[in-house]
Each structure stands twice: as structure tokens, then as C-alpha cells.
Design a protein around this ligand. Structure first.
Ligand SMILES: [Fe+2]
Ligand SMILES: [Fe+2]
Length: 431
């Protein structure tokens, strides 16, 4: 494992994030929690966008991984663009137009429109410029992203930035227990600081584990503007998970997810779900392959009130994992799951009944069944890493370097903006 430019402690405490390095086909994996990075490889930078042809400015423009590293997805907001004439232009690093793709648009919050587009045919280890348009006539700044090399890559895992709106009544303020305050002690700036550190670490993409924003019902576009404010998100793809705070329609508007699996909303009094909540709980099940690793994102945002009520959600997870594994059988060395509500953590959420019901209904058995290597989660606003686990028990207690652990390692990421830190509640035997 390569040595990090920044210390593990600083990276985790300040960024609330972890970066994982994979080694193609060697069977050896850098442990999560160790900030690794392709030190020699230049990061996809958030270099100043190029103003050529600027005629409109998209809002909350972000990238998500495509189904593979040869593809990439775009999403932005704009006041106009009802006609579905969204387009993205792709240029080489020197500015030569390579392709123009057609996207789609739809109504979104604040009377605005969400625009989505996907493009493929990307070469590895290549810098590209891109520009977006609502109508094919008026174009945005040109931004830049870089595709990963074949083989080894690195990514950051971030939990619970949970951006809030303002710096009054403690809303939007960082936790008083923060060790690294942002300049104005706001979560908005803390998140910008985290993304700057993540970009400096040279990661290829960011895997989110939920609670990107805070306001649940209806959402809050100011929070989304805070979330997409870091310029790095125009250059580094971000793969979100749905957290309990993301259960609203704006989640559907702000991300263009690869291989998203469609499920019917569960709307009933047992789960205290209205249509918006049930719809958001049914979204965000998707997968993407990144070189020799397969990432499957599951939505554990719901609050089942019994093991029986949790089973339909477990069924969604099984179907999503099965679709991903069947589509990529024999092509990946590592299987990662991203989801929100950590089942193996140490702070106060670990004893929550809804999480216990997920476990009783078979969440961790499902990880064993599909031979998942790493389960990345958040929700508990604390950093924790389990031993290699199988059937709910530790099977490998290696602490520093593990080869073939014989079971899934469960990683919990703390808050990536410094919003709030939960106290250590119970140091379980599997940590
Ligand atoms: Fe949270
Ligand atoms: Fe949460």
C-alpha cells in the first residue's frame, strides 16, 4: 500500500472520509481507513473552468460514475430547458470537440428543471473537457475531468455531510467537538474543505454513504446548493447513497445513477411512509464497475418497525446485488456495497431498532451470500472498522494489513462536514 501524503488520522478526522486503494488482481487490498492515493498520478483537478462560449450557468452541476469507467453521467439544474433538448459536449484536453450527446430534462423543485445526460467511449487515464447546455445553443463554462488508469485506482468514501442551510440556531454550524473547524465553523465550508482534501489526495471518484443533505421531507435546495458548491464536484464523480435525510424528491432530481433498479414504493402506515418518502426509499439502488471492482449501492434509508417489515427491503437489496453480480460475473476482484445505516458501528445509532430489524431480516447474511468484501456505511457519525465478518462473527482479526479476510469488512464513515459527532456507545467485540 502506498504511503499517504496526509496522515490517516488527519484525513479521517477532518474529512470524515476514507480512501481505499485497490490493487488489480493481486488479492491484496489496502485497508479502508488508510488514505491511499496514486501519489504519482495527478488528481482530476477542479481547475478554473474555461469561459469559452459561456452563455448560461448551470446550477448544482455534478458527475456520477457511469456503468463503467468508459462512461460518465451528468446532472444539473437550470431555470429553463423544458423541451428536453439538454446536451453535453465532450472535448479533448486541447479543446477539440469529440462528441455531443443528447440528454433529457424534467420538472424539478423551485420551478426549475433537472437535466441529465450520459456519455461513453471514454479512454482510460485521459483528461477531457466538457460543457453542458439546455438547448444546444447556449453553453456553459468548460469543466474538466479525468478518467482512471486501468488497474489500480483509489476513491474516497464520505459519510453524512448532511448539509444544512444557515448558521443560526446551530443550523449549519459544525459540532462544538470538531477538531478541525472550518474558517466560519459552517458545515458548508467544512464540506468544501473536505472535498479539497479529497481532491488533493488524488482519488478517482467519491463513494457517498448517505445523508448528503439534512432536510428530509420536501428537501431544501439551499442545502443541495451547499452540497454541490465544491468545485471538485465538477471534476470528480460522486456516487451517492440515499440516507434517511435524503428521502425526498430532490434526491431523484440531482443524481443520474447508473444501472438503477426500479422498485415499487412501499407506502403504508406500518412504515409511516407517505408517497414522497416511499418513492425515495425505492430509488437509489444501482451499481457500477470501476476497473476490477464492482460497487453496489443499496438504500437502507427506511425505518422498518419489525423484521417482517424489513424483509421487502432485504428483497430489494438481494435483487440489486444479484443483478450486479450476474451482469459482471468473472470480471471483478472486489465487491463493495455502499449504503447508509451501518449495521456494525459503535455510536448511538448502532442500537436503533430499525437497524436491528434489517440485520434480523438478513442484511448481513446477504453480504455473506454475495461474498461482499467491503460494506461502506454511515449514519452513525463516527469512524469504525470491523474485523472480517461472516455470519455476524469475526473470522479475521488482522488490524493493519489483511489478505483474503474470509468475510466482509464493515466500515462506518463519520460526518464529512463536521455537522455532529455521536458519542461512542458500545465498542463491540467485532471492532
Ligand atoms: Fe446523518
Ligand atoms: Fe442518517
Amino acid at each position: 500500500m502506498e504511503k499517504s501524503k496526509i496522515s490517516r488520522r488527519d484525513f479521517l478526522k477532518n474529512a470524515g472520509a476514507v480512501a481505499v486503494g485497490t490493487a488489480a488482481g493481486t488479492g491484496l487490498l489496502g485497508l479502508p481507513g488508510c488514505a491511499t492515493g496514486p501519489a504519482a498520478a495527478a488528481a482530476p483537478t477542479a481547475a478554473a473552468p474555461i469561459a469559452r462560449g459561456l452563455q448560461f450557468e448551470p446550477e448544482t452541476l455534478g458527475l456520477t460514475p457511469g456503468p463503467s469507467t468508459a462512461e460518465i453521467n451528468f446532472t444539473w439544474y437550470a431555470k429553463g430547458g423544458a423541451g428536453g433538448a439538454s446536451q453535453v459536449r465532450l472535448f479533448d484536453e486541447g479543446g477539440t470537440l469529440l462528441q455531443t450527446v443528447q440528454g433529457s430534462s424534467g420538472g424539478a423543485s423551485e420551478g426549475k428543471f433537472t437535466h441529465k445526460a450520459s456519455l461513453g467511449g471514454l479512454e482510460p487515464d485521459t483528461r477531457y473537457r466538457y460543457s453542458v447546455s439546455n438547448d444546444g445553443t447556449n453553453w456553459s463554462y468548460e469543466y474538466m475531468f479525468k478518467t482512471p488508469k486501468t488497474g489500480r485506482f483509489s476513491f474516497a468514501c464520505v459519510g453524512d455531510p448532511q448539509l444544512t442551510q444557515r448558521l443560526t440556531n446551530l443550523q449549519g454550524a459544525q459540532d462544538a467537538d470538531s477538531k478541525f473547524f472550518s474558517a466560519d465553523r459552517s458545515t458548508a465550508q467544512g464540506w468544501k474543505d473536505s472535498m479539497a482534501m479529497i481532491a488533493a489526495a488524488g482519488v478517482d471518484f467519491v463513494a457517498g454513504v448517505g445523508d448528503q443533505v439534512d432536510k428530509t421531507s420536501g428537501g431544501d435546495e439551499v442545502e443541495y446548493r451547499h452540497f454541490f458548491a465544491p468545485a471538485e464536484l465538477r471534476a470528480i464523480p460522486f456516487a451517492p447513497a440515499v440516507g434517511n435525510h435524503d428521502r425526498h424528491y430532490p434526491f431523484l432530481y440531482h443524481y443520474n445513477l447508473p444501472n438503477e433498479q426500479k422498485f415499487e414504493p412501499i407506502v403504508n402506515a406500518t412504515n409511516n411512509n407517505d408517497v414522497e418518502t416511499g418513492t425515495a426509499e425505492a430509488a437509489g439502488h444501482y451499481f457500477y464497475r470501476y476497473n476490477n471492482a464492482l460497487f453496489v449501492v443499496l438504500n437502507t434509508s427506511a425505518y422498518p418497525d419489525s423484521a417482517a417489515a424489513a424483509r421487502p427491503y432485504i428483497d430489494r437489496f438481494d435483487r440489486t446485488l444479484s443483478a450486479a453480480v450476474n451482469a459482471h460475473q468473472g470480471t471483478y476482484d472486489w465487491l463493495f456495497v455502499q449504503h447508509h445505516k451501518s449495521t456494525a458501528s459503535v455510536a448511538q445509532h448502532v442500537a436503533d431498532r430499525d437497524i436491528q430489524y434489517y440485520v434480523e431480516a438478513g442484511f448481513e447474511r446477504l453480504m455473506d451470500k454475495h461474498r461482499v468484501d467491503f460494506v461502506l456505511a454511515g449514519h452513525d457519525h463516527v469512524y469504525a472498522r470491523s474485523f472480517g465478518m461472516n455470519d455476524g462473527r469475526p473470522v479475521n482479526t488482522g488490524k493493519d494489513r489483511i489478505s483474503n479476510p474470509g468475510g466482509a469488512i464493515y466500515l462506518t464513515a463519520t460526518t464529512a462536514s463536521g455537522l455532529k459527532y455521536y458519542n461512542i456507545f458500545d465498542a463491540r467485540e467485532y471492532m
